[in-house]
Design a protein around this ligand. Structure first.
Ligand code: ITT
Length: 190
């Protein structure tokens, strides 16, 4: 029986957040940045499941991958599953420009969706989801976090300003990893 799991991601921030949730529950997360093809699909759950199944075939052991989408109400859910591409192209400044004429807290509502895909040899992938709803800020704030953290705020505080511990109490990723850890402790150990 092992309580170690390989997390295939190129993003060390994701690993740190996953470790903060999983280590206290006795699960060891080991990063592998071998990469995997990201399916272009409207549903991040399908992206995560496909990715997990792909890396199992390559590594021949139990693995997780995690895919995040950002859904901005005023932009009809954009960038959604294409959050990585949009971040790499127009970035936070570009999102703020698109939101320039959007006022009012309700109109600026946005949701992060984190999906973990778990798979081991001989099985189809299963997924675990965590979401958090907040707002797109009017400007970038804070020096912490990564990605969209400077423009995503909860109760007026950007993820990038609140510190890792506070983010990890409320974030989409904290919730998906809590669900995964609970399941893995009961059913997942190989
Ligand atoms: P992988 O190697 O795991 O795919 P990635 O950084 O490309 O790492 P995603 O495709 O899941 O991860 O992320 C989509 C985009 O959303 C990407 O630009 C991330 O920086 C950003 N992102 C993901 N999680 C975030 C978080 O908790 N806070 C802010 N931005 C986040």
């Amino acid at each position: 029986m092992t309580n170690q799991i390989i997390f295939v991601t190129g993003n060390p921030h994701k690993v740190a957040e996953a470790v903060a949730i999983c280590a206290p529950r006795g699960i060891t997360i080991v990063q592998n940045d071998c990469g995997y093809p990201e399916l272009q699909d409207d549903d991040v759950a399908r992206v995560a499941a496909y990715g997990a199944e792909h890396v199992v075939n390559r590594l021949d052991c139990a693995v997780i991958v995690e895919d995040t989408g950002l859904y901005i109400d005023a932009l009809n859910g954009f960038p959604g599953p294409y959050a990585a591409y949009v971040y790499d192209t127009i970035g936070n400044a570009g999102i703020l420009t698109l939101m320039r004429d959007t006022g009012g807290n309700d109109e600026r509502r946005a949701t992060f969706r984190s999906i973990i895909g778990y798979c081991k040899p001989g099985m189809t992938a299963i997924t675990f989801e965590g979401t958090v709803t907040g707002r797109i800020a009017y400007e970038e704030r804070g020096a912490g976090g990564f990605g969209y953290d400077p423009i995503f705020e909860i109760d007026g505080v950007a993820f990038a300003s609140m510190g890792d511990d506070a983010k990890n109490k409320v974030s989409h990723r904290a919730k998906s990893f809590e669900k995964f850890a609970e399941w893995f402790i009961r059913h997942g150990k190989a």
